[in-house]
Write a protein that binds this ligand. Sequence first.
Ligand SMILES: [Mn+2]
Length: 368
Amino acid sequence: MKVIHTGDIHLDSKLSANLPKDKAKERRDEILKAFVSLVSYAKENGVSKILIAGDLFDTRNTSALARNTFKNLLINNPDISFYYLRGNHDENTAIDVLDDKPDNLYLFNDSWTGYSLDKEDKVMLYGVELNGSNTENVTSIFSPDPSKINIVMLHGQDTETVCVEKAETINVRAFKNKGINYLALGHVHAYKSWELDAMGKACYCGCLEGRGFDETGEHGFVVLDIDEEKGTVTDTFVPFAKRHLFEVNVDVSMCDGTLSMIEEVKKTVKKENITSNDLVKIVLTGKVDVDFEKDTDFIRHTLEGDYYFVKVYDKTEIYVDPKDYMLDKSLKGEFVRQVLSSDEISDEEKGEVIKFGLNALMGGKTTL
Ligand SMILES: [Mn+2]
């Protein structure tokens, strides 16, 4: 039996943090298309069950397009069973399809629910939707039949992976030695798989498509090949994302202006395996002179034809050599010396303050 483990699809994500309106809409459509393609993959590859480990939708306000697409995928694929465990982003979105819930949609609630995945009851799927009050004792009361193949689905943050977003915590260690063959987890958006104990594995399937630059790397889903006779579960990650996100640091300390920065950026970016379908965030780093000429818009405009989306983020620091101003008796010298010796301005801010101050003293235009 073949089973897909997916999750964190976040249909209808706004995606407006980086992308302009038209591209955000295009990416939203691509994420929905990725889910449609996943179901086609299941059909073409003899996968009869799809486990959705939470966060199918991004917010409570889902579009009619996303809701209807999900519902029609269920109706049009009666031979595939969908097991949908709601995550912290799903809220009541599943209820939209519940009025006339298709027979092949299986849901979970805040106490343990078990489904038999095969006719002989050899393969079991268990899941519980975690919330503030049940998280503590769900593990202690859980004891599956060790003679069966046991898959457990949960959505939450394992105690060993750092994640910024708030979610229910899963003490993965407490699931050790309980006869679990595969712990299908959702919430962490990067694929991660590790040994749960001597017999089982734990795995975050990650999201289908990266959305922001905190979701770089490969994305896809996991296919479980379950041998009911031998009692084994083999898990394989299937890369599936149409586009990838890259964050590339470029040290421009040795550059002498915008044009040479572009050369340096191109040289650095070339070392990565980035295609024209991808989204790239260039982070300029290093130390540059006060009067260094740089135009990040020009860098972006030069590169943007080569990729789906380019963002240039300037993290360079301004280098000021106090020796250059030590003997300078002018107002400029006095200003630089005062800023450098100030306890009220942080070292990181000093460069910027000097840059704007000198610019103003020299009669240049200053935009804060
Ligand atoms: Mn998520």
